[in-house]
Design a protein around this ligand. Sequence first.
Ligand SMILES: [Zn+2]
Length: 594
Amino acid sequence: MTGVAERAFARAFARTFSTSGMTTRAGIARLGAAMNAIRDPAHRALAEEVFALVRHRRKLDQVEVAPARRALARLLDHPPSSRLPVALERALHHAVPRVNADVRRYELSFDLSGGAMVVPGRAVIRLARAAPEDLVLAVAPDRLNVREVHARGRAVPFSVRGERLHVRAPGATAIEVRYTVRPTENPNGPGLIADPRTGSYSTFTWPYGTGALFPSNPAPEDGVTARVTVEAGRGRHVVGAGAAGRRPIRIDRRVPAYAIAFYAGRFARRRPVASRSGVTVTLYGHGKSVRDDVRRAYQRAAAEAIDFFSDWLGPYAYGRRFAMVEVRGRLGCMENAGAVAMMVGAIRARQVAREMAVHEVAHHWFGDNLRIRNSGEFWMSEGFTSYLTYRFFQHTDGARAFHRMLDRSRSLVSAALRHRAHALEGPCYCDIHELFTDVPYELGPWILRMMETALGSPAFDRMLGAWYRAHRFAAVDTREFLRFARRQTGRDVEPFFDRWSRIDAVPSFEDRSAIAGDRVRVHLRARTPVPEGVVIPLVVQGLRGEMMELGVDPRAGVIVETGFRVRRLVWDPERRVLAHVGPTAPRPVRSPRR
Ligand SMILES: [Zn+2]
């Protein structure tokens, strides 16, 4: 039975999108208030599903129409196949059309020499398939002003409606767009960012912001190569993938469009560090905004990480150079292909900076190289990257550093799930902001860690290397990965993955075990639901250094006769299982952002 509040929410949705697929902050606030008025928990969850589609980006996309329709129909008790009330149908009809340009390559030029307010830009967009009747690309109309579109050497008709550029050039395999870009001074972008303090420019387009810099297809699945030519203006130096100076930036291997970036300014360049595998790592900063020992440490860590991942997975695929460019901001760092952005506010301390640098390096294997098929697969970029980062520090800094990172990661998962529990994988249409929590960043690596301990590190490492090499420069998803792991190792990891990727809390236990001489009564009291099949490693240590290792099913008490006088119990010293055993529940810790 549908109540008054449910109908009011549906009306609010219809009103919000009554004239266009885009809305305002006020529109979203009204829709949120209507959602909060729903008391019935099941109905409230349906309204939340609808709200989650539009709240961050304040627009309804065509890919969101089917899930919105499904949830609204259930909320209003409508049969799934019947039409919704006419006002709702009209609202859904206003959804922003899907970008349909299948892009192969972007050739971009920008001219920064004329001063800051309006930057002339030109984009030659080469398509993988001939343009349809109505070619649709993403643009941010408040940032890009499209002046002309050409195809086959002639001007062709175009229009900008909402956040879409529609071009009429059926059959064309390349179009040229002439436009201007308006920079922003907001260090978090999107698009072209001007730093008034240093007079430098940088770009930031993750995850959907490519349209603020060039007409584009922002979907991560759309793998592209790029060439970017920048007229930097007097005294400015251009930095980007594979180039520094006046030559164009080149990305010759496919990456998601959001990984294309450039920087222009007066940089203080640190002396390059050559990695063993022959990649030169150069750091570009501004004055003393970051301490020199911090810079030295993270530059060196990046070079070592390139070698470590190259040895394990396959060579670094973006040429012989790797640039790290310091930019304003504190949000985190960004995996721009071949030339990552290091936000100075996020790299104040030495160890944090090292971790950030290694994380961005690791993205050149997962995220930039193996792209995610859709936003719902966000963890396939961030979770794999965090895991690789932790493994690097295990290699360079030793087991204790590795364990500290996994412990912090466990606390972060715990806090994130307490704040808002959600599954590791999202649906293909989901907004990436809904997954921008510590769940993909930290539950992701824990799941990989548990797979590693279950399969054995050598077998797991071989499998991960084979997975990378088999899918280089391609878009991938979770189910493909799980099937691949089964083929490679003979073990079906899918049931394990499904159990752990949907936990609502990190399994947490109070240790009520008792030691009496050479006898241990092992007893764990669960504070949270416990996934099926959990076995927690326990090491029983004796007074004279004796050791006994066992696996404990936390649901079954057990009495152990050790044959030696017991000193203490150590739970999971190798961090094999995502679980917390202790006198109190895990404490929340601060999250690093990257
Ligand atoms: Zn990342």
